[in-house]
Design a protein around this ligand. Structure first.
Ligand SMILES: Cc1cc2nc3c(=O)[nH]c(=O)nc-3n(C[C@H](O)[C@H](O)[C@H](O)COP(=O)(O)OP(=O)(O)OC[C@H]3O[C@@H](n4cnc5c(N)ncnc54)[C@H](O)[C@@H]3O)c2cc1C
Length: 260
């Protein structure tokens, strides 16, 4: 089975994130990491590979040069090879443009059976790219997966949302996006980190993927950030002194905040 995992490098959620004056995220102002949900997507792909002899896992990212660090992390976990779609013209692309570009980049990998992604990136948070990639490729989209099994030519996922758990099955090739409950990602071993340095990474530009420069980038983005405000500073909170009536005071506070 030939599995492609879509991975995104994102600003570390522990660092202060800022928007530039043009409404785009200032990615240079923060440390960049492989998104945690994508570590889970890689783990899911590796578990499928381990269950199906002869499988191969390719990680694919669209991002600037430094996104190679995210690729190396995924390779050190055990992925076999990588494709890095990188081109200045892609900067500022919206989710639709990103999905179209990723679909083209997936097309550079031969005989893809399964595309695995995270449900939602921790920076853009549109939670839309996997379904849009599936739409562009004309493939079934199985989203919010907490379990994936492949049997012969079909994939089955347990899909968990606030409404409950449903079981979905589709014929391969298909796109699956995973939620946080899917697994606990493995740590790269020392051997894995050393091996990752030698694994093939194909860096491709727009022309290699057959993408027209006019289809991508901030100038032709379909969604634009029109305004933004910094997050208000955290208030000091309210202290409740317990003089035997702590419970009642807390309940009164929650009622005043319309929380109960
Ligand atoms: C209203 C709005 C305006 C925006 N405007 C801008 C802007 O002006 N400039 C700008 O730079 N960004 C902008 N963004 C962010 C940009 O659209 C997204 O970062 C990007 O398109 C992917 O969307 P997402 O991060 O929300 O992905 P999601 O749909 O939340 O991601 C889900 C999964 O898709 C896959 N995926 C997503 N992106 C990639 C990728 N690049 N490579 C590989 N896999 C990927 C991953 O598996 C990820 O876990 C905007 C977002 C919104 C919602």
């Amino acid at each position: 089975m030939n599995i492609v995992v879509l991975v995104k490098q994102v600003p570390d959620t522990y660092s202060e994130r800022k928007l530039r004056s043009d409404g785009t995220l200032d990615r240079d102002a923060t440390d960049a990491v492989l998104d945690e949900i994508n570590e889970r997507a890689v783990e899911a792909a590796l578990q499928l590979k381990e269950a199906h002899d002869g499988s191969e896992v390719t990680v694919l990212t669209m991002g600037p040069e430094r996104a190679t660090d995210a690729i190396r992390k995924a390779l050190s976990m055990g992925a076999d090879k990588a494709v890095h779609l990188s081109d200045e013209a892609l900067a500022g692309s919206c989710a639709v443009q990103t999905a179209r570009a990723l679909a083209k980049a997936i097309g550079t990998v031969e005989g893809v059976d399964l595309v695995v992604a995270g449900n939602e990136a921790s920076d853009g948070r549109s939670a839309a790219v996997p379904a849009m990639v599936a739409d562009v490729l004309g493939l079934p989209a199985l989203t919010h997966a907490r379990e994936i099994t492949v049997d012969g030519s079909s994939v089955t996922v347990k899909r968990e949302t606030d409404d409950g758990v449903t079981t979905l099955t589709a014929e391969l090739p298909a796109v699956v996006s995973v939620g946080e409950k899917i697994n606990e990602p493995r740590y790269p071993s020392f051997k894995g980190i050393m091996a990752a340095k030698k694994k093939p990474v194909a860096t491709i530009g727009l022309a290699d993927a057959g993408i027209d420069a006019s289809e991508v980038g901030l100038a032709s983005a379909l969604s634009t950030v029109t305004s933004s405000q910094p997050k208000p500073p955290k208030s000091a909170g309210e202290k409740v002194e317990d003089e035997g009536d702590g419970g009642a005071k807390i309940a009164a506070y929650l009622v005043s905040q319309k929380l109960i």
